[in-house]
Design a binder for this molecule. Structure first.
Ligand code: SF4
Length: 398
C-alpha cells in the first residue's frame, strides 16, 4: 500500500478523476495557481523567521520582507496561472507582504514558545501492523511553557472558516496522531491555524476517542481508494484551479474553445449544436406556454357554447368532459393509510406494480443481499442511455 497524505485523501473525496490522474497515472503538469505560489513563498518566509529565531537571530521585518521579495522573483515562472481576471500577480505579491507584516507585528520577537521544528515531516501508521501509512508536513511544531505542544498551520486563503470547521478538520488531527506516535509521552496537543489574511488564530483540540474514530474512518477511506475501479469527475468550484481540464470530460470542451477567437468559436461544431439546442428549448417552452393557454381557451369555449367538437380550417378538436377518481400521490398526506388499507385487505398484488427506479437504486447501492441481487440481475439487462441536461453558463467573475 502506498503512503497517503491528507491532500491525497482530500483530492479523492473532492474529485476521484483528479485523484486518478495525479496520483495513480502520475501525470505531471507545470501549471501552478498563483494562490499556491503565494502560499509557498509566505510559508518559506515564516520558516526562515523561526529557523533563524531558533539560532537566536531575530530578523528585522525589512529583512524578512526583502527575503520574501527575493524568493518571489527567483521562483516566479511563466506557468503560473492567475484565474481572476481583475487581479494581477502584483496584487498577490502585495497580499503576501501584508500577511508577513501582520504576522510579524503580532508575534515578534517569536519567543513565546519553543520551536521544535519547522516544515517537519511526519510519517506514521494508522494501525499497529503498519499497513495504513500517512505522511505530512507540519508548518511548525512548538512547546509552550505549560508543556503543551502546538501544531501550527499557516493559511493564506481568502476564506476564514468557522470554529466548527476547525473542530472537524482532518489534516491537523492526523498530524496530532503522528506527533503522538513519535513522542508517546506527550500529554496535550493543541491545533493552531493562523489565518494570515485575517490576523486570526483558530485553536482546537482532539480527545483520544476522537482520534481513534478518525483513524478508523481514514483507514476505511484508504481501503475505498485502494479498491476503487471507477473514478468519476467531481465537478465543483475547485475545477477553476484543476490542472487537468484537457483530460476531464466535464471541462475538456470548455477548455478547448475558451481560447478560440470569437469567429472560430461560433463555428465550432459543439458550440453550434448547443446554441441551436438552447434556441429550440426556448421556443419549445414558449410554444408549450401558448399551447396551455389555447387549450384552456378551447375548453372554456366548449363549455360556454355547450359543444364537444370544434372545427377549424383543416382540423378539428374533440373535447371530452369526464370525472376521474383521484387518490393521494406517493408523497401526499393519507397515502400511507390508503396503502395500509389495501395491504390489510390482501389486495395489494392486484393493484400494485414494480417500481423499476427504486429497484435499480437498491441494486446500485447494494442494499440487498448478494443472492437476491444476482437473482434480480438475471432478469435485467444493461442498456446504454443518454440524457442531455441544459443549464446557464456561470460567468467566472460572478
Ligand atoms: S476539472 Fe473538475 S471535475 Fe474535472 S478532473 Fe478537474 S477537478 Fe475533477
Amino acid at each position: 500500500m502506498s503512503i497517503y497524505s491528507h491532500s491525497q485523501l482530500s483530492t479523492y473525496e473532492e474529485c476521484p478523476l483528479k485523484y486518478k490522474l495525479r496520483y495513480r497515472d502520475k501525470i505531471k503538469r507545470d501549471t501552478e495557481g498563483v494562490e499556491a505560489f503565494l502560499g509557498s513563498r509566505v510559508h518559506e518566509t515564516l520558516k526562515k523567521c523561526y529557523d533563524d529565531a531558533r539560532l537566536t537571530k531575530v530578523n528585522a521585518l525589512p529583512d524578512l520582507l526583502s527575503f520574501y521579495e527575493t524568493i518571489w522573483g527567483q521562483n516566479w515562472h511563466d506557468e503560473i496561472v492567475v484565474t481572476r481576471k481583475d487581479v494581477t500577480p502584483g496584487h498577490y505579491k502585495a497580499l503576501g507582504k501584508k500577511m508577513i507584516e501582520t504576522y510579524y507585528s503580532r508575534y515578534a520577537p517569536f519567543g513565546s514558545d519553543t520551536t521544535i521544528d519547522t516544515e517537519m515531516r511526519v510519517v506514521f501508521s494508522l494501525d499497529d501492523g503498519g499497513k495504513y501509512q500517512l505522511q505530512g508536513y507540519i508548518d511548525r511544531l512548538s512547546r509552550s511553557g505549560d508543556g503543551i505542544y502546538h501544531i501550527h498551520d499557516y493559511k493564506t486563503s481568502a476564506h476564514l472558516p468557522g470554529q466548527s470547521d476547525a473542530d472537524s478538520d482532518r489534516q491537523l488531527a492526523l498530524y496530532h496522531i503522528g506527533v503522538k506516535r513519535r513522542w508517546p509521552d506527550i500529554q496535550q496537543v493543541r491545533l493552531v491555524w493562523h489565518y494570515l489574511a485575517f490576523d486570526r488564530e483558530l485553536v482546537s483540540a482532539r480527545s483520544d476517542d476522537t482520534l481513534t474514530e478518525l483513524a478508523t474512518g481514514t483507514r476505511k477511506l484508504i481501503d475505498d481508494i485502494e479498491t476503487a475501479t471507477d473514478f468519476p469527475p467531481g465537478e465543483s468550484r475547485l475545477c477553476e484551479w484543476c490542472e487537468y481540464p484537457d483530460l476531464c470530460p466535464r471541462r475538456k470542451h470548455l477548455y478547448m474553445v475558451e481560447s478560440l477567437p470569437v469567429n472560430q468559436y461560433l463555428k465550432e461544431p459543439g458550440v453550434i449544436l448547443v446554441n441551436r439546442f438552447a434556441e429550440l428549448k426556448d421556443k419549445a417552452a414558449e410554444i408549450g406556454e401558448e399551447m396551455d393557454l389555447v387549450r384552456d381557451a378551447i375548453v372554456d369555449y366548449a363549455k360556454r357554447e355547450q359543444v364537444t367538437a370544434i372545427k377549424g380550417s383543416g382540423s378539428q378538436v374533440r373535447i371530452k368532459f369526464d370525472k376521474k377518481l383521484r387518490f393521494p400521490g406517493k408523497n401526499d398526506e393519507g397515502r400511507r393509510e390508503l396503502d395500509a388499507a389495501i395491504i390489510r385487505a390482501g389486495k395489494w398484488m392486484e393493484v400494485s406494480q414494480l417500481d423499476a427506479t427504486a429497484l435499480s437504486r437498491a441494486i446500485e447501492k447494494s442494499a440487498w443481499d448478494e443472492r437476491l441481487i444476482n437473482a434480480v440481475l438475471s432478469h435485467g439487462r444493461i442498456e446504454e442511455t443518454s440524457t442531455v441536461f441544459m443549464s446557464k453558463v456561470k460567468n467566472n467573475d460572478e
